[in-house]
Design a protein around this ligand. Sequence first.
Ligand code: GDP
Length: 295
Amino acid sequence: MFSQLQNSFQKVFKDLRGQGKISESNIQEALREVRVALLDADVNIKVVRQFIAQVKEKAMGQDVLQSLTPGQQFIKIVDEELTALMGQTHTKLHLSNTPPTVVMMCGLQGSGKTTTAGKLAASYKKQGRKVMLAGADIYRPAAVEQIRTVAEQVGVDVYAPGTHMSPVDICNEAKRLAEGRQVDLLILDTAGRLHIDDELMQELVQIKESATPDEILFVADAMTGQEAVNVASSFDERLSLSGVILTKMDSDARGGAALSIRAVLGKPIKYIGSGEKLDALEPFHPDRVASRILG
Ligand code: GDP
C-alpha cells in the first residue's frame, strides 16, 4: 500500500530533513520532485497542480524559511496538505435514527462489492449490531450463491431469492423483512457490469428511489487508478453517492485513486479493503494514511 510513493517521498525528503537552512530554490526543487512523485503514482493531474500550489503558498513564507527546522516544516506542510486532500478526518457511516440503516453498494463487476458487503456486515456484527444482506444481482446465478456463502461465513441473515424477482422488488422486500426482524443494518448488494451502461444505471436509480438508502457507497478497485475515479464520477452523477470504499489497497502500490477520488468527487473514502479475507476492512483515516505515506 503506497510503497511507491513512500520510496519517492523518502528520496525527496532525505536531503531536507534536519537541514538548518534552506532556500527558496531548495523548496522549488523539492516541489518539483513531489509533483513528479504524485504523477508517477497516477494521481489526477488537476489534483496534483492544485496540491503543489497549496504547498508552495504555505512553504514559501518567511516563517518557514527562517525557522530553525525549515526542512521539517516543509514536510509538515506536505503532511497537512495530503491529509486535507484525502478529506481530513474519518467519515463514519451515517446510521439512521430509525433502523434499519440501509446501505446500497454499487460499482463495476469484480470491484469487490460482494466481498466488501460481507466485510461491512462482519464489522458491524462484531459491534453487536444485527445485520442483514440482500442480493440484488439477478443476472449471474453465481452472484446469488456468492452472497449466500458470504452471509453464511459472517453468520448474518441474507435475502437472496434468486433470479426470478426484479432487483427493485428484492430490495424492497429485503427492507420490509429487515424492519420486521429489527435489523440494524441492511446492506443491498447490487449488480455490476464490466463497463458502465445505461440499463444498469437506470436499475440503480430505481433501487435508490424505492429503497431510499441512507448510504450509497461506490466500491472501486484501487488498482484501476484514474479509471476508478472516472467511473466513480459517472456513478456519482446518476446516483449522488454518499461515499466510496476502495478495495484491493493491499495490491495497489501507487495510490493514485486514494489520493484523487476525494478531491475529484467531493465524496469521502469511508473504508479501504486490504485483503481477500472478511476481516480485511479498515476505516479510512486521512491523517494516518498521510503519515504512512511520509514514513
Ligand atoms: P463484485 O463482482 O464487485 O461483487 O466483486 P467480488 O466481491 O466478487 O470480488 C472480486 C475479487 O476481488 C474476489 O476475488 C475478491 O476476493 C477480491 N477482493 C475484493 N476485495 C479485495 C481486497 O480488498 N483485496 C484483495 N486482494 N482482493 C479483494
